[in-house]
Design a protein around this ligand. Structure first.
Ligand code: FEO
Ligand code: CA
Ligand code: CA
Ligand code: CA
Length: 596
């Protein structure tokens, strides 16, 4: 990286030890409290949350389930809007005695539909601290719930294509709802970009699917039968039965753009950004001021993408900028190692050139409405992006989750969460560990540090796991001084350019959490754990406010038991009752910056 930053000079907190406690644990001197959780009021008239008397109407006005991506729009010093994704639902934790899809009540299905999507909520600072709380009185004119029923518009080159037309929408331009919104980003013009991930799990096919649709459904994991663990939404809305409406699944799996300051605007599904199990949508500007969006496809052996707009960003012209994501080029990444050795094995030996690193290129898939993939039209490339990327020799990655750009150096970081199915024969220098249980981090420096470039250098600064395991790598830092870390998922930066990593599915057996890692200088690779979330939860949406006084984390699915210790009692966080996924703010009690 060309510029300094990320050297960790101001990170002085005492790391939190691995634990299995049913609470949010923070370093000495820090405090944590819930800002907003499942069932809290969002819209006027929202009834008080009542676990045993929940209704779809109440849920549609209350904060949804399983908070994931979090972002923050300041409105002065002490007020802000918080956008939060509601990725999915855990019915067995939401409903007493839940019996599963075929036996679920229609009421339960409708509540779950209303618990998906996202929320905009107004929040306020408590005193002069870094603590924030939900505004529950007075006019909150931006508060909004987006659910599985919110009317949305398809835009870009694939909008209107026959693959997107259904009986309910013969023009192929309007969709109800967004599903499984996991990570996301903020556009340079201040809109939310939210990423539909595992949309496949909401569909069934009660009587098979058309033969021509099957290869793409298989590639995307979209059911062509009725899976045993299905939520059976088709029992309430026929569109979720692909035997009757095979194109409905094509209308999910997009990046959705939402204006948080216009609660009546229709969210836009931007087809030019491709369709896959979307993770991040991290934006920046190229040197010549075009909008650039980095995206991951979270599946074992899937790809990393970026979109570059053809038009330039114009400061202050929202009308112009709101069209930028409909015209441009979609690329997929190819990584080439530069050492004969590619594998990190039990000996812990590095490649002969001292690093897992190499060069790379962005391969264009579609430019405007012109396809660059033989045998596919532009619309087909955008709807079946995985099939297009398969054809051009993109590099199969270990589950690309979040992607973030270092605000100080311009380097791009990708969390590759894990891939236990990679065999020794499938190892490459960018995915160097076979049976990759703990994941790794990839660092990309584009040519000239320009986000519009089509070539780059890359390296692997972190191969996660127990530092005592020789098949881990902490950028050469003394492994006796780092925190164990497993399954990196979401990323963020502090203002110094230090990388913060949150985890999902800690395969070392203790709770997930949030970690800080300097990326430059002598401290590069010095991973320290900043917090842990309650038992069974994943740590999502980390965000450090610009003033460095608050870190927000979304505590997702507390109470979900993922197999580490199945005999442990389920979480009762945060109320000592049924677990409630919630967003937490963490601050230093004496007002120090986060990490200090
Ligand atoms: Fe929803 Fe890829 O994590
Ligand atoms: Ca190398
Ligand atoms: Ca994720
Ligand atoms: Ca994840």
């Amino acid at each position: 990286p060309a510029r300094p930053g990320g050297g960790g000079h101001r990170l002085r907190f005492t790391p939190v030890a691995p634990n299995q406690d049913d609470k949010v644990t923070v370093p000495d001197g820090y405090e944590a409290s819930v800002v907003v959780g499942w069932g809290d009021p969002v819209l006027p008239g929202a009834p008080k949350f009542d676990f045993d008397r929940q209704t779809p109407e109440a849920q549609a006005r209350q904060f949804g389930y399983n908070c994931d991506y979090v972002t923050f729009f300041p409105m002065g010093r002490d007020r802000a809007l918080l956008w939060v994704n509601h990725e999915y639902t855990d019915e067995e934790l939401m409903f007493r005695g839940y019996q599963g899809g075929a036996a679920a009540t229609e009421q339960q299905i409708r509540i779950a539909m209303a618990a998906h999507g996202g929320s905009v909520v107004e929040i306020e600072r408590v005193g002069r601290t870094g603590r924030w709380k939900l505004v529950t009185r007075g006019r909150r004119r931006f508060n909004r719930r987006v659910t599985a029923h919110t009317k949305m518009v398809l835009t870009g080159p694939a909008a209107g294509h026959p693959l997107l037309r259904t009986a309910a929408d013969p023009r192929g331009r309007e969709v109800y709802g967004m599903l499984n919104n996991c990570a996301g980003g903020v556009s340079p013009w201040g809109t939310v970009l939210t990423a539909e991930e595992n949309f496949n799990q909401y569909f069934v096919a009660t009587n098979g699917v058309p033969a021509e649709a099957k290869p793409a459904f298989d590639r995307y994991g979209v059911p062509t039968n009725v899976p045993d663990d299905s939520r059976r939404w088709d029992r309430v809305e026929e569109r979720f039965d692909l035997s009757k409406h095979p194109n409905e699944a094509n209308r999910f799996g997009w990046i959705v753009e939402i204006d948080p300051f216009d609660p009546h605007s229709a969210p836009r599904k931007r087809t030019h950004l491709g369709r896959f199990k979307h993770e991040a949508a991290t934006s920046t500007l190229s040197r010549d001021k075009r909008a650039v969006i980095y995206m991951g496809d979270d599946e074992r052996f899937d790809y990393i993408y970026k979109f570059v707009s053809s038009g330039r960003y114009v400061p202050g012209s929202r009308r112009h900028n709101m069209k930028l994501l409909d015209h441009g080029t979609l690329y997929v990444a190819k990584f080439t190692g530069d050492s004969p050795e590619a594998e990190i094995d039990g000996s812990g030996k590095l490649p002969s050139d001292g690093a897992f690193d190499g060069s790379g290129e962005w391969i264009p898939l579609v430019r405007g409405d012109r396809s660059l993939v033989p045998g596919m039209t532009a619309a087909e490339v955008l709807v079946h992006t995985r099939l297009a990327a398969d054809k051009v020799g993109a590099t199969k990655m270990d589950r690309p989750e979040d992607i973030e750009r270092n605000p100080r150096t311009g380097a791009i970081y990708v969390a590759l969460t894990n891939n236990t199915r990679r065999t020794p024969g499938q190892v490459d220098e960018a995915n160097p560990r076979p049976a990759n249980k703990h994941g790794h981090i990839l660092e990309i420096v584009e040519r000239g540090n320009d986000a519009g470039a089509t070539t780059f250098r890359w390296s692997v600064p972190l191969v996660a796991g127990d530092p005592k395991d020789p098949a881990t790598y902490f950028a050469g830092y003394d492994k006796s001084k780092v925190s164990p870390i497993s399954c990196p998922d979401n990323l963020t930066f502090d203002s110094d350019g230090n990388l913060w990593i949150s985890t999902d599915g800690n395969a070392l057996g203790s709770n997930d959490g949030l970690f800080a890692m300097p990326v430059q200088g002598r401290e590069r690779g010095h991973v320290r754990q900043f917090l842990t979330v309650p038992y069974g939860a994943e740590t999502c949406g980390p965000l450090i406010t610009k003033d460095q006084k608050t870190v927000f984390v979304a505590v997702q699915h507390p109470g979900e038991i993922t197999g580490a210790s199945p005999d442990k009692p389920a979480s009762r966080w945060p109320d000592g009752d049924q677990p409630r996924p919630s967003v937490v703010s963490v601050w230093h009690e004496r007002g120090r910056d986060i990490g200090a």
